[in-house]
Design a protein around this ligand. Sequence first.
Ligand SMILES: *Cc1c(COP(=O)(O)O)cnc(C)c1O
Length: 479
Amino acid sequence: MSSPSKPGRTGAQNQEVFRRLPSVEELLLAPRVAALAPRATRGLLLEFVRATIDHCRARIKAEGWTVDDLERRIAAGEFLGEIEGRVAREERRGVVSVVNATGVVLHTGLGRAPVHPEAAEAMANAARGYCILEVERESGERNQRDDYLSDLLSRATGAEAGIAVNNCAAAVLLALQTFAGGGRDVIVSRGELVEIGGSFRMPSVMERAGVRLVEVGTTNRTHFPDYAAAVSEKSGLLLKVHASNYRVQGFTAEVGAKELGALGREHRVPSCYDLGSGLLELADSKPLSMLGDEPRVREAVASGIDVVLFSGDKLLGGPQAGLIVGSRERVDQLRKNPIYRAVRLDKVGLAGLERTLELYLSGRADEIPSRARMLVSAEELKPIAEELARQLGALNGISASVMADRSQPGSGTAPAVFLPTFVVRAQRAGESAAVLARRLRTGSPPVFARIQDDALLLDPRTLLAGDFERLVTAFKNLP
Ligand SMILES: *Cc1c(COP(=O)(O)O)cnc(C)c1O
């Protein structure tokens, strides 16, 4: 291997630099490091001191520092600064509340759907204390945790029964394994073998679920006879998957849930529709008509397909969950699978989901934050953007203007749909948009925004109660 140090530097010189490195003990005793004690445990400080020294060693090698280089950096307090920086970064890790100014309503990176405050309260209460989860009040006997949820799902979707699992990915796994585990055929269109974010690929999931994938049709066109020809005594499941995050346009054809359900009934093969997003529209709430042909849960159920799967935290606007609704017979089959026990929903999610569905059923669906943020019009957002631009523009070094732009539903939902909005285009003198964006992300409170043409775009569409003020505070706190 060739020497990593600068040409002309000898191994001996390099060794002398390493010898002059401060020791772990020295650094731990330095007043600036000792002062960090209230903010980090001793074990953590030790880890950061060691990591700082290792980092320094790597740089000595890579950059060929001389003894002078090292001494200069020690004198400037560079290593102490690095240790302080590591402590500060640690304090910002974990699930921390942020301001979403990206305009992406269901932002997977930022936790998808913010739940309704009443759902959040129900979740906090369930987490905080004991709750009725698997016990019958009248008799005191054990019962099923999602009896009530099943009733709510029936009323909301028109299905006979329903159950909830950890997320829609778990719902897919459970359905595949229940109906076709042990090597039975799952018949699915070539145009629907989707990959969802987070490396959830339909073919790989099928493999792991122990089912045999039988692809029918072509990427752009699949017809009823393609499915019909594939049905045999080895068929376990007829599967339809909503192409959530992409669109095949032009010369296309797909088979509807109704036809697929009928084919399944004729041959006594279960049928399943993985909707993903789960757009639930009830008569007494404003329809999210801007989402165009995004499939509706009630229509999918009414099609007569056996089971319908959808996420709790996409368009439904509830906590993370996977909902499975359908005929009582098929839902019971899913419930009896031991895998259900491994992927079922916890009490916190269940409490939030019950409250979310109650809001739908009492005609208050429009209050659910993700729906409300989708429904708010550009005209309503314009004065908010103007006020934000005025307040930010009054701060030192910030220039801000308002322009028309487009927000997005997000989470792989309706990728071709854009929602008209007005954004604040903000810039800081002498600073690139990328640097400003990073300062805001790591600032207090943290803010996430879009970048376009070297300017930061702040979209009021995704600001929740109190976020406007928090956003202005974040700008005031910029270093
Ligand atoms: C999003 C999605 C999933 C996965 O849902 P999660 O709740 O994120 O697990 C599965 N199938 C489809 C079609 C999806 O759109």
